[in-house]
Design a protein around this ligand. Structure first.
Ligand SMILES: Cc1cc2nc3c(=O)[nH]c(=O)nc-3n(C[C@H](O)[C@H](O)[C@H](O)COP(=O)(O)OP(=O)(O)OC[C@H]3O[C@@H](n4cnc5c(N)ncnc54)[C@H](O)[C@@H]3O)c2cc1C
Ligand SMILES: *[C@@H]1O[C@H](CO)[C@@H](O)[C@H](O)[C@H]1NC(C)=O
Ligand SMILES: *[C@@H]1O[C@H](CO)[C@@H](O)[C@H](O)[C@H]1NC(C)=O
Ligand SMILES: *[C@@H]1O[C@H](CO)[C@@H](O)[C@H](O)[C@H]1NC(C)=O
Ligand SMILES: *[C@@H]1O[C@H](CO)[C@@H](O)[C@H](O)[C@H]1NC(C)=O
Length: 522
C-alpha cells in the first residue's frame, strides 16, 4: 500500500511538478512494480556505457545542434530477465518518458542511446542466449547477441551452416535483423530479415507476442520495418543457411587510373548477375603514399565453393580482374567473416568482442540504390573528388540473386528486383567540432547531389540500416504520417503505409518512438 502511494506520488510529481522524472523517481517506480529492484543493473547517466556511446556516436548535422545535456538518459537498465523489461516499459509509460532499446549500439545516428526528450535506455546486453537446432536448421537468438556471437556459436556447432547477415561482428541482432541486413551470402540466401521465421516481441503493455499471437502483419513489419517503432524484440528465430565446408576469398586492389575506372564500370553490369555463390563488393577509398594522396579500389570477394570452380567462373565473367589461384584463399565460412574484417589469422574469439570499432571516430553516412550502370566518366569524377578529401569512403554492394526473387511488398525492405547495387557513402573525422563536421558533411552532400541523376529516384531509395536523419525526421510527437512520408518512402517505398497501419494497431498512442519511427496511421 505504501509502495502504491509512493508510486502514485511519483506519478503526480512527474506529471505536474517536474516534467522530467529523476533517476530516483524512476527507481521508486520500478520498486513498486518489482519486489526485487536489485535485479536491475542500474547506471547513472554518466556511466561508462553512456559516455562511451557518446564518444563513438555518429552525430549528424542534426544531432550536433542539440543540447547534449538534455540527451542524457535518466538511467540505463540492463535487464537480466524479460519480466524486468516489462517493468521498465510500464514505468516509462507511467512516468511519461521514452524508451530507447539498445542491442549492439551501431545505429548510424545513435537513436538507440540518444534522444531529444527524456528517456531511459534498455540495454539488452545481458539477454543474449543463442540456441541452435541443427535438426531444424534454425536458431533462437536473444536480441542482445551480436552477429559475431551468433557466427561463433554456429561455427562451434556445425561446419556447414551460417547465417545470412552483416559483416561486422559487433553489430547487434536486435537492430540489424529488423532493418534488413546485408551480408556476403545475401545473393544466395537473402537478407537477414528474409530469414526470420518467428519472433518474440514485447508490446507497449508488456505483453509477449510470438508470430502466431502477433499476427502476420506485425510479423511482416518486424522483418525490415525497424522494430523500434513496434516494441522490444526479445528474440528472433531464424533459418540457418547451408554453406560448403570450404569457401574461397580474394582481394584485388587497383590504384586510380583508367583501368581502375574500367574495372568498376565493368563490375557494375555483372555484380548482380553473377552466380549466386559469388559476392564481390567494391570499396573505394584513399590513402597517403610517399606524401601523396592516392585513390584505390578494392574488390573483396566470397565464393561459396572451392578455388577450382572460382577461377574458371571469373575467367568467363570478369577476366579483366585477372584472378589467379595464388590470389585466392580457401577457408571455413567463419574465417571468411574474419577475412572481410581484415582479421585473417587472428583467433576466432575476436568475433566475440562487443566493442564498437569507431572509438574516437565520428562519421556520417548516406546510401543509394543503383538501377542501371552509372556512366564510366562518373567514376572518374568520383576519383577526382576523392583526391581532394582526407577520409572519403564508398562501398558498393551487389544485389540481385535471392534478394530479387522476393516481391517488393513481401517484407518492408523494398529495394529488390531492378536494383543492381547499393552505395554507401561515408566521411569520418577525429576532432569533433561543428566546423570539422560541417566541412566533411558538406563535402559528402555535394557528392550525394552529384550522384542524383545516376541513382534511384521518385523516391530516391535509402537503406534503413544506414540510417540518415538528413532524409527527414519526426520533429515531435505530433509528426503526422504525411510529414514522415518524406523519409519513410525512401526507406520503404510503397510499404510505408502498411507500416503506419500496423503501428496504429499495436501502438496507437505512439509510445515507442524516436526521431525516425513510424507514426501511427489510425
Ligand atoms: C561498424 C558497422 C558495421 C556495419 N555493417 C553492416 C553490414 O555489414 N550490413 C548491414 O546491413 N548493416 C551494417 N551496419 C549497420 C547496422 O546493421 C545497423 O546500424 C543496425 O541497426 C545495428 O544494430 P544494433 O543492434 O547494433 O544497433 P542499435 O543501435 O542497438 O539499434 C539500432 C536501432 O534498432 C533499435 N533496436 C535495437 N534493438 C532492438 C530490439 N531488441 N527491439 C526493438 N528495437 C531495437 C534501436 O532502438 C535503434 O533504433 C553496420 C554498422 C556499423 C556501425
Ligand atoms: C531477482 O534476484 C533474486 C536474488 O538474486 C532472485 O532470487 C530472483 O529470482 C530474481 N527475480 C527475477 C524476477 O529474476
Ligand atoms: C529535423 O528536420 C527539420 C526539418 O528538415 C530540421 O530543421 C531539424 O534540424 C531536424 N532535426 C533533427 C533532430 O533531426
Ligand atoms: C542545456 O540544457 C540544460 C538543462 O535543460 C540547461 O541547464 C542548459 O542551460 C542548456 N545549455 C544550453 C547551451 O542551451
Ligand atoms: C529441434 O527441432 C526438432 C524439429 O522441430 C524438434 O523435434 C526437436 O525437439 C528440437 N530440438 C531441440 C533440442 O529443441
Amino acid at each position: 500500500m505504501r509502495d502504491l502511494a509512493l508510486c502514485l506520488f511519483v506519478f503526480i510529481l512527474a506529471k505536474h511538478v517536474s516534467s522530467v522524472p529523476t533517476k530516483e523517481q524512476f527507481q521508486s517506480c520500478l520498486s513498486t512494480i518489482s519486489r526485487n529492484p536489485n535485479n536491475l543493473t542500474k547506471h547513472t547517466s554518466d556511466s561508462r556505457l553512456y559516455t562511451a556511446s557518446l564518444k563513438t556516436s555518429s552525430p549528424s548535422s542534426n544531432f550536433l545542434n542539440l543540447n547534449f545535456t538534455s540527451l542524457k538518459p535518466i538511467l540505463t537498465l540492463k535487464p537480466k530477465s524479460e519480466s524486468e523489461i516489462k517493468k521498465a516499459i510500464l514505468c516509462s509509460k507511467k512516468l511519461g518518458v521514452q524508451v530507447r532499446t539498445l542491442s549492439g549500439g551501431h545505429d548510424y545516428e545513435g537513436l538507440s542511446y540518444l534522444s531529444l526528450t527524456p528517456f531511459i535506455i534498455i540495454d539488452l546486453v545481458n539477454l543474449r542466449t543463442i540456441t541452435i537446432n541443427l535438426t531444424e536448421e534454425t536458431a533462437w537468438i536473444q536480441s542482445g547477441a551480436t552477429l559475431g556471437e551468433l557466427y561463433y556459436k554456429i561455427a562451434k556447432t556445425s561446419k556447414v551452416h551460417a547465417f545470412a547477415a552483416g559483416i561486422c561482428p559487433s553489430v547487434g541482432v536486435g537492430g540489424h535483423i529488423s532493418g534488413g541486413g546485408f551480408g556476403t551470402i545475401m545473393r544466395k540466401h537473402g537478407l537477414a530479415s528474409d530469414n526470420v521465421v518467428d519472433a518474440r516481441l514485447m508490446d507497449v503493455n508488456g505483453r509477449i507476442l510470438d508470430r502466431r499471437t502477433m499476427g502476420e502483419d506485425l510479423f511482416w513489419a518486424l522483418r525490415g520495418g525497424g522494430a523500434a517503432s513496434f516494441g522490444v524484440v526479445l528474440s528472433w528465430k531464424v533459418k540457418l543457411a547451408r554453406v560448403p565446408e570450404k569457401v574461397t576469398c580474394f582481394i584485388s586492389q587497383h590504384p586510380m587510373g583508367a583501368s581502375m575506372n574500367k574495372l568498376v564500370h565493368r563490375w557494375q553490369s555483372i555484380g548482380a548477375e553473377l552466380d549466386q555463390n559469388l559476392f564481390i563488393r567494391v570499396i573505394i577509398d584513399n590513402s597517403v603514399e610517399g606524401g601523396q594522396r592516392r585513390v584505390k579500389t578494392t574488390f573483396q570477394a566470397l565464393f561459396l565453393g572451392g578455388v577450382d570452380k572460382l577461377i574458371p567462373l571469373m575467367n568467363q565473367k570478369f577476366p579483366e580482374i585477372g584472378l589467379r589461384a595464388q590470389d585466392c584463399s580457401e577457408m571455413s565460412w567463419i574465417e571468411s567473416i574474419m577475412f572481410f574484417n581484415w582479421k585473417s589469422g587472428q583467433p576466432l574469439e575476436t568475433m566475440l568482442n562487443r566493442d564498437l570499432r569507431y572509438e574516437d571516430l565520428y562519421f556520417k553516412a548516406k546510401s543509394d540504390f543503383v538501377q542501371k550502370p552509372v556512366p564510366e566518366n562518373v567514376f572518374e569524377e568520383v576519383t577526382k573528388r576523392f583526391l581532394e578529401k582526407e577520409t572519403p569512403l564508398m562501398i558498393l554492394e551487389p544485389l540481385g540473386g535471392k534478394i530479387s526473387e522476393v516481391s517488393e511488398s513481401e517484407s518492408p525492405y523494398p529495394h529488390r528486383r531492378g536494383n543492381i547495387y547499393n552505395i554507401q557513402y561515408m566521411v569520418k573525422w577525429r576532432v569533433n567540432t561543428v566546423e570539422e563536421m560541417n566541412r566533411h558533411v558538406t563535402w559528402m552532400i555535394m557528392l550525394y547531389d552529384y550522384m542524383t541523376p545516376y541513382v534511384s529516384s521518385s523516391p530516391r531509395g535509402a537503406y534503413l540500416n544506414y540510417r540518415d536523419l538528413d532524409l527527414g525526421n519526426n520533429t515531435g510527437s505530433k509528426t503526422s504520417f504525411e510529414d514522415a512520408r518524406v523519409w519513410g518512402e525512401k526507406y520503404y517505398r510503397g510499404n510505408f503505409k502498411k507500416l503506419g497501419l500496423v503501428k496504429g494497431k499495436i501502438d496507437p498512442t505512439n509510445f515507442f518512438r524516436n526521431e525516425q519511427s513510424i507514426p501511427p496511421l489510425l
